[in-house]
Write a protein that binds this ligand. Structure first.
Ligand SMILES: NC(=O)c1ccc[n+]([C@@H]2O[C@H](COP(=O)([O-])OP(=O)(O)OC[C@H]3O[C@@H](n4cnc5c(N)ncnc54)[C@H](OP(=O)(O)O)[C@@H]3O)[C@@H](O)[C@H]2O)c1
Length: 347
């Protein structure tokens, strides 16, 4: 079978891992890369001499023959690039956040539907041997019906990103859309049996008076009509990278932790303990957990999606929900009150 041809938009810190994961998959071929700056293009040329290198994503989309575009550019550019790819009938693997406004997210989901192409969103934590295993344990009924989910991260501050986009609100949208979006996605996935969330309340604060709306400390709670609820919490005013998930169900509970000096370490420590109401078990993880490992799975899934139409683990609607919860959280902080969730995401 011929390899699936990937065009990659964005060759920054995360885009380079995408390039490695594509190039390392024997069923994929990296045919083109876009990076606007001379320095990034130079590096792309050196590392991937067989790929065509472009300064402009729309130019790449117009000129190259490919099957799927993989978008790892600053978040404010996602809508334009995704829609341009879809208009050419190309499938899309789109990094989270899908986009920085709800309108943009809805336009992307509609674009995939109208052009008949597949859309996968980069919520790769679902593919983790650790965070994904939790979902399997919940589905197996080991802890009963989940009623409480906590996803918490403490880490060092964000990197600025190419030309400082991550510290510019007009380009990043919100810091909630950067990392907490993964936790909204996981919590909603774990609580899938409760239906859709109905209400959300959030707090945030910043230690820098120059950027009061980019929150270093952020916490949100969202609840379901059956009374189950989730807590998503993050501090960027800390050190290293340490993530915790706790889930309590009607029968038992589980607790998982992941720690590394960096989010992209190849040597993290991780554990997962499960209590079924009678006995406590430490689960042996079959593979390493960490976003660099999950990205390889995400590329493999995207190949399947293109070849056989297999639904990706995180669809456009999942991306829309996750971004939507982040944006409602931002609004809840501004309005200082709980807000309904469902109707904001009507589609
Ligand atoms: N799923 C995850 O776990 C995860 C992890 C990290 C990041 N992300 C997401 O991935 C995206 C990129 O993040 P990053 O950390 O890689 O950012 P980054 O390090 O700043 O890299 C961004 C890259 O995009 C390029 N770029 C800027 N505008 C472009 C355009 N219009 N067309 C094509 N390329 C363009 C930049 O080019 P130059 O270098 O030439 O300036 C740079 O190579 C963001 O949406 C971020 O939220 C997801």
């Amino acid at each position: 079978m011929p390899p699936i041809r990937f065009a990659l938009a964005g060759f920054g810190a995360w885009g380079k891992f995408h390039a490695q994961s594509i190039a390392g998959n024997r069923d994929a071929k990296l045919v083109a890369i876009t990076a606007p700056s001379e320095a990034s293009r130079e590096e792309a040329w050196k590392l991937y001499p067989e790929a065509q290198i472009f300064a402009d994503s729309l130019d790449m989309i117009a000129k190259v023959d490919f099957d799927i575009i993989d978008i790892a550019t600053p978040s404010h550019t996602h809508r334009e690039i995704a829609l341009a790819g879809m208009e050419r009938g190309k499938h899309v693997l789109l990094e989270k956040p899908m986009a920085i406004t709800l309108d943009d997210c809805k336009a992307i989901v509609a674009g995939a539907r109208d052009h008949g192409v597949h859309l996968a969103v980069g919520h790769e934590l679902r593919l983790s041997s650790q965070w994904g295993r939790i979902k399997e344990i919940i589905v197996a009924g080991t802890i009963g019906d989940p009623q409480y989910v906590l996803v918490e991260l403490s880490r060092k501050p964000y990197r600025p990103g190419a030309s400082g986009w991550r510290y510019d609100q007009s380009r990043v949208g919100s810091w909630v859309l950067e990392e907490p979006i993964h936790f909204f996605d996981l919590a909603r996935w774990y609580l899938e049996g409760s239906g859709d969330p109905v209400e959300l309340y959030a707090y945030g604060n910043s230690r820098d008076s120059q950027r009061p709306s980019l929150y270093d400390n952020f916490s949100a709670m969202f609840q379901y009509s059956n009374g189950s609820y989730a807590v998503v919490s993050q501090t960027l005013a800390a050190f290293e990278h340490h993530q915790t998930v706790k889930v309590s169900g009607t029968k038992g509970a589980l607790w998982a932790g992941w720690s590394g000096a960096l989010d992209r370490t190849l040597e993290p420590t991780a554990f997962l303990k499960v209590f079924d109401g009678e006995k406590l078990e430490e689960v042996t993880l079959t593979k390493q957990s960490g976003e660099v490992f999950e990205l390889r799975e995400e590329i493999a899934q995207s190949i399947e999606m293109v070849r056989s139409g297999k639904t990706p683990i995180a669809t456009g609607l999942d991306g829309l929900w996750s971004a939507g919860l982040c944006l409602v959280a931002e609004e809840s902080i501004r309005q200082k009150r709980p807000l309904p969730v469902g109707e904001l995401l009507q589609f």
